[in-house]
Design a protein around this ligand. Structure first.
Ligand SMILES: Cc1cc2nc3c(=O)[nH]c(=O)nc-3n(C[C@H](O)[C@H](O)[C@H](O)COP(=O)(O)O)c2cc1C
Length: 312
């Protein structure tokens, strides 16, 4: 059966994340690709496996005061604080544009309370045109909600359970690396009915201006992303993939096809490209092409033969 947008799940690069069929395993990471439209001049949006939009809350949020971005060696720190236009404005002003593409649209959901997570999920489900929800229980840059939920397995389970009750869309739970054992969180999400987990969100870090002796970020701490975090993300994906049965989506420092392939071999069924979009807006296109070329060169027939193929 083909789904509504012609993503028939056929072809070498096709993958399934629960009931969500993608034509290839390359997604854009939330918060690094705006609402999709911003990248249309550079990227053929039809070629993406999925577009994950900026985290959405019930009401619009202006985020944290600046400075809230800082470049670091091999990465960046951000403390945006989930600035977004709010779920209703997204549905009214951004979703109609996204609906025209032959690409899965995944909404990233944020709440300060469990009730807010559920309400945003309900509104997005009712809107139609969203193919899956990614639940952000891992944002380190907000005072309430976000990572406060993602560091307690009971809270991860409660949010996941609640969202599953209000939606029939596939639910992806996005996990934080800022925990002692990410497998505990992944297992909690799986037991509560998550269709997939994505990992990792940013790693909490900071940077100091030594002349002024003040933090570079107004928020003091921020989330580290980019190549610097790739080995940590890869290790966590490998650990989680060995512990859960649901699909694992890898994210963290993926800049090249080779980076993406490392994640697939370690057990990720799909990957997300984040910070790379800022450095090279067409990074996703190059990564999709490179994965295809590798499969051809190694005569790998489909993603199932690649995912989790690490030899130890
Ligand atoms: C500027 C910025 C904004 C982000 N906003 C969100 C967000 O709204 N929701 C979310 O779940 N993750 C957010 N993230 C985290 C990314 O989706 C991703 O998990 C992280 O950056 C690691 O991947 P990368 O190293 O490829 O960037 C954001 C990251 C950056 C750099």
């Amino acid at each position: 059966m083909t789904n509504r947008k012609g993503l028939d799940g056929k072809g070498k690069l096709a993958v399934a994340i629960g009931t969500l069929k993608l034509k290839n395993p390359v997604m854009t990471a939330s918060g690094t690709f705006g609402y999709g439209e911003e990248y249309a001049p550079y990227v053929d949006l039809n070629r993406l496996g999925a577009i994950i939009v900026k985290g959405l809350s019930l009401k619009p949020r202006s985020g944290n005061p600046g400075p809230r971005i800082m470049e670091t060696p091999a990465g960046m720190l951000n403390a945006i604080g989930l600035q977004n236009i709010g779920v209703k404005s997204f549905i009214r002003n951004k979703l109609p544009y996204l609906r025209q593409f032959d690409t899965a649209i995944i909404a990233n959901v944020y709440g300060e309370t469990i009730e807010e997570y559920l309400r945003v999920s309900e509104i997005l489900t009712a809107a139609g045109g969203v193919h899956a929800l990614e639940i952000n229980v891992s944002c380190p840059n907000v005072k309430r909600g976000g990572v406060a939920f993602g560091t307690d397995p009971d809270m991860v389970a409660e949010v996941t359970n609640g969202v599953k009750d209000v939606t029939d869309l596939p639910v992806i739970v996005k996990l934080s690396p800022n925990v002692t054992d990410i497998c505990v969180m992944a297992k909690a999400a799986e037991a509560a009915g998550a269709d997939a987990v994505s990992l990792i969100n940013t790693i909490t870090g900071m940077s100091v201006d030594v002349e002024k002796r003040i933090p570079h970020l107004k928020n003091i701490t921020g989330g580290l992303s980019g190549p610097a975090i790739k080995p940590v993300a890869l290790r966590m994906v490998w650990q989680v993939a060995g512990r859960v049965r649901i699909p694992v989506i890898g994210v963290g420092g993926i800049m090249s096809p080779r980076d993406a392939l490392e994640f697939f071999i370690a057990g990720a069924r799909a990957i997300q490209v984040g910070t790379a979009n800022f450095v090279e807006p067409r990074a996703t296109m190059r990564i999709i092409d490179g994965i295809g070329a590798y499969m051809k060169r190694h005569r790998i027939l489909d993603m199932d033969n690649l995912v989790g193929s690490l030899r130890i």
